[in-house]
Write a protein that binds this ligand. Structure first.
Ligand SMILES: [Fe+2]
Length: 188
């Protein structure tokens, strides 16, 4: 039985609770949580002890480390296989913070050019790329679209703090070359 450290992770959860309770502005929440996550990731890996053990040869996986009983946010860890690339998607009207524990990822951001009023249609323009290295965190605002990829030949391990459990939210995937928006639910 491994003793859980009381610092680091617990402090971070406390900070997220204070941030989410302290402002109703979703972008302010996301940017502050992102800054705190970066602090946690750069403090070393002690916060993982007793909470997260990923076998060295594991290439894909998902772990839920926290589900806040009052505020509803989740702390998730994902293992992304080499050359993984996600569909372009948003997180509905919720923010998500992404941080890198191991290796690196690319985040392709998109800007929406249409007003979203036409069912099944979305005009998206590529809007810059974040190259997230180990210890780096960033966030996506409500309705912002992106694709996450692992461009390397090694697995990547990332943290996602989602404002809510996204498996319960109807949101969209996109095919930018076809100007297509596909509603879906499920998946975190
Ligand atoms: Fe995402």
């Amino acid at each position: 039985m491994v003793e859980r450290q009381t610092s680091g992770f617990d402090e971070f959860i406390g900070e997220v609770r204070r941030i989410v309770s302290g402002t109703s502005d979703p972008v302010a929440q996301a940017s502050q949580v992102s800054e705190k996550l970066q602090g946690l990731l750069r403090s070393g890996k002690g916060w993982m002890e007793g909470r997260l053990q990923i076998p060295a040869d594991q290439q894909v996986g998902e772990y839920e480390l926290w589900r806040d009983p009052e505020l509803g946010f989740l702390f998730l860890v994902h293992v992304l296989r080499p050359q993984h690339i996600s569909p372009v998607h948003n997180h509905g009207s919720h923010w998500v913070v992404y941080g890198v524990i191991e290796n690196q990822i690319l985040q392709q951001r998109y800007r929406r050019l249409d007003d979203g009023s036409r069912e099944g249609y979305a005009d998206l323009a590529a809007a810059g790329q974040d190259h997230q290295k180990e210890g780096n965190a960033t966030f996506f605002s409500p309705l912002e679209a992106h694709s996450t990829s692992n461009p390397t030949d090694q697995r990547a391990v990332i943290v996602r703090i989602t404002q809510v459990d996204l498996s319960r939210v109807r949101r969209h995937r996109f095919v930018p070359s076809e100007k297509q928006a596909i509603e879906f639910a499920g998946g975190r």
